[in-house]
Write a protein that binds this ligand. Structure first.
Ligand code: DGY
Length: 324
């Protein structure tokens, strides 16, 4: 049995695959595969372990022989799940293991933005430490402020826990369905979307990208936020409208923004957002810790191994394939 892996993954996952007697074929070039290269490499494989690779209906039709596709991510917005299900291909993801690392990234961006840390670091590099003035380089304190979570799932809950523990922040949230466990644990309060925007000092996005959430943070949304508010997105760049965000920051409609995800990715190096003092941008590193990436590679390998044995995979995103 053979698995094709679209980017180099941590040793822990590769080891598990090798111990299961699965032959590994890896794409080692530091560029994304073209669709043709992907199809060609999958043509001789029984399984695909896919890292950040768009898998559309055309690809899935061409690779319908695959027994399983294991994603090296929790998100699956880059995969046509409906097409995979129709072709009876189980798709697996890596839930749970990246919640802490991603929440840490949101927390880091919130704090860095509130004190203009990235911008001031760049100023020093440019020789612009400057003359000390009590009114210069002022940030915003977070103690006792209100955190608004958009999408209170595993990652949002961890971010809320950090903010409450560190700064005693009050937690409000908006979800399609109430998270009663979080309400009990953190005293979190559910609010309609508009009220969440109006009442939050920090709005942090932790929802999946779906047709419903795509472009949700647009000009109208930013206009509802406090002029002192910080917007954090560690989920998916397409959930905010980047031009509207830029405009809101330049006009002072909101105070700052911290982004681990942009639209598109990578963000171009001369993007005007990168020049603003109250903006912090990271290159989609939410899950990028040694511990988390190792754990993700292990879950992805487990999905491959089970799929190749003809067993139900442990972390399916389309469990319907087993009901067919
Ligand atoms: C995920 O796992 O979905 C992360 O955002 C990496 O893409």
């Amino acid at each position: 049995m053979k698995v094709f892996i679209t980017r180099v993954i941590p040793e822990e996952g590769r080891k598990l695959l090798a111990e299961a007697g699965i032959e590994i074929q890896e794409w080692k070039e530091k560029r994304a595969l073209t669709q043709e290269e992907l199809i060609l490499n999958c043509s001789t494989a029984d399984a695909l372990l896919s890292v950040s690779t768009r898998l559309d209906a055309d690809f899935l039709k061409a690779a319908a022989h695959l027994k399983v596709i294991a994603l090296h991510s929790v998100g699956f917005d880059h995969v046509d799940i409906e097409a995979a299900t129709a072709l009876n291909i189980p798709i697996g993801n890596t839930p749970g293991v990246l919640s802490n690392a991603t929440a840490d990234t949101a927390f880091l961006l919130m704090l860095a933005t509130s004190r203009k840390a990235f911008y001031l670091h760049k100023s020093i590099e440019k020789g612009d430490w400057g003359f000390f003035e009590p009114t210069a380089n002022l940030g915003i304190e977070l103690r006792g402020k209100t955190l608004g979570i958009f999408g209170l799932g595993k990652i949002g809950l961890e971010m809320a826990r950090c903010c409450k523990a560190a700064f005693g922040m009050k937690v409000i949230y908006h979800n399609r369905t109430r998270n009663e466990a979080a309400e009990l644990e953190l005293g979190a309060k559910w609010l309609p979307f508009e009220a969440l925007l109006q009442q939050s000092d920090v709005v942090s996005v932790h929802t999946a990208l779906t047709p419903e959430t795509e472009g949700k943070f647009d000009q109208a949304a930013f206009q509802l936020m406090k002029s002192s508010a910080i917007f954090i997105n560690t989920a998916r760049g397409a959930i905010h409208q980047e031009d509207d965000l830029l405009q809101a920051l330049e006009a002072g409609t909101i105070w700052g923004a911290g982004l681990d995800v942009t639209n598109p990715e990578p963000m171009r190096p001369d993007h005007p957002l990168l020049k603003l003092p109250n903006v912090s941008v990271l290159p989609h590193i939410g899950s990028a810790t040694q511990e988390t990436r190792a754990a993700m590679s292990v879950l992805a390998a487990k999905n491959v191994i089970a799929g190749l044995k003809g067993e139900e995979i442990p972390f399916p995103v389309n469990p319907e394939v087993y009901a067919l």
